[in-house]
Write a protein that binds this ligand. Structure first.
Ligand SMILES: [Zn+2]
Length: 412
């Protein structure tokens, strides 16, 4: 459900949002906000806003900006607040078919540190390796306290388990850990940065090594469990053999480009990023492969659009964003194929950082919806971890993973 105030502010997380979450997100959108501005945009009373702001400041989520004070309406100076992005941070893991991305971000969702590792091993081994990279990143960025985590992936397309991955990351980091389908996560990230997409239906089409689709209705992204349909086996006119046995499935067609370029001697490894780099450097054969892929993608986007009839379409993932000459081919193929006329189509603003941004949006989601409850959940979880480890300490066995300053990741 979405509600709109008389000023037109749309609350994109209204489904299970607390009052504190509404205040936090309003400040997030404003930058620096005075209490009367928060009241205007939320319809909340001055007393409620005062209480929530005090609580959010105490929890390290907002900070006062006395340097930006102005005279209040009764002559008393009023002090605005902004999101305190100096203290808390979020840990994010995005598992792709070939590459896994780990990132630590601040409370605004800005990526502070990012690393990549090959997607290798079973679910547990992979997430343990990713968690260790996170530990290294976290150690490198100073005194922020990690308070939330997420792991996202195209789970079905790459045959991995969200429950194993989520549990492994939670156990390794001691953080409440959310999981989500990665296209739903792309939608969540887009909605955080593009409030204009919060009205009506937005269709998201993602393509890199996998393809996926998700829709957001009135600014509400699908939750982890409620995912959109699949376009992995959508037929195209390509003759690439799909693992399902058919030829021309969209997922197989998109995934085939790295191996095809490798087999043709264009790139040294079957890595699509190398194909993008070769085309950008002027390789005509790499360009031709990417243009052919763009044509298939543009027609697939048209099918998705005609099925869902959204108010707008957002294209995300490197297959759309990494090679600019292909983008016009996608749009041209779309226009030729759709039967419904023009619709606003935009490229995701995240470009190559879309994986980190998507996973970060899922990690921050619980904090944005109900910040105080999310921090209390963290305290409970870390208390459980400490209690579970206490008997070993009483017996005199020092445990290097026990955390003396809760929230800092320790090597497991
Ligand atoms: Zn197939």
């Amino acid at each position: 459900m979405t509600w709109t105030t008389k000023r037109g502010f749309v609350n994109t997380f209204a489904q299970d949002s607390s009052t504190a979450g509404i205040v936090l997100r309003t400040v997030l959108r404003h930058g620096i906000a005075f209490r009367d501005q928060i009241a205007e945009h939320t319809g909340l009373s001055a007393a409620t806003i005062g209480r929530q702001v005090t609580s959010l400041v105490q929890h390290g989520l907002l900070q006062e900006r006395p340097d930006c004070t102005r005279a209040g309406h009764v002559g008393r100076p009023t002090i605005p607040v902004e999101v305190d992005d100096r203290r808390l941070s979020a840990a994010a893991v995005h598992i792709g078919r070939l590459v896994t991305t780990v990132a630590v971000s601040d409370l605004r969702g800005r990526v502070l540190a990012i690393a990549h590792l090959p997607t290798r091993g079973d679910d547990r081994q992979l997430v343990v390796a990713a968690g260790r990279r996170l530990i290294g990143l976290d150690a490198g960025i100073g005194d922020r306290r990690l308070v939330t985590a997420a792991v996202v992936a195209p789970w079905e397309a790459i045959d991995r388990s969200p429950s194993v991955a989520g549990r492994t990351l939670r156990d390794l980091t001691g953080l409440p850990t959310a999981t989500s389908d990665h296209v739903a996560a792309v939608a969540a990230a887009d909605l955080l940065s593009s409030p204009e997409h919060a009205h009506g239906v937005t269709a998201y089409v993602y393509a890199r090594e996998t393809v996926g689709v998700a829709t957001a209705h009135d600014g509400v992204a699908p939750s982890g469990a409620r995912r959109a349909g699949s376009v992995t086996h959508l037929p195209t006119t390509s003759d690439v053999l799909c693992p399902c046995g058919a030829r021309g499935c969209l997922g197989a067609t998109v995934a085939a480009i790295g191996p095809a370029a490798h087999a043709a001697g264009i790139v040294a490894r079957p890595d699509v990023e190398l194909v993008h780099a070769a085309a950008l450097a002027g390789d005509a054969r790499a360009h031709a492969l990417l243009i052919e892929r763009a044509d298939h993608l543009g027609r697939a986007v048209a099918v998705v659009r005609d099925l869902l009839d959204p108010h707008r379409v957002v294209l995300a993932g490197q297959a759309f964003t990494a090679y600019p000459p292909a983008a016009s081919v996608v749009l041209e193929a779309f226009r030729r194929t759709t039967g419904l006329g023009p619709v606003p189509i935009t490229l995701s603003r995240f470009g190559a950082e879309v994986q980190a941004a998507a996973a970060t949006a899922i990690a921050l989601g619980p904090l944005y919806r109900d910040p105080v409850a999310a921090l209390e959940r963290l305290e409970r979880q870390q208390r459980r971890v400490r209690n579970a480890r206490a008997p070993r300490q009483r017996s005199g066995t020092a445990d290097p993973t026990t955390d003396a300053h809760a929230g800092r990741l320790q090597p497991a």
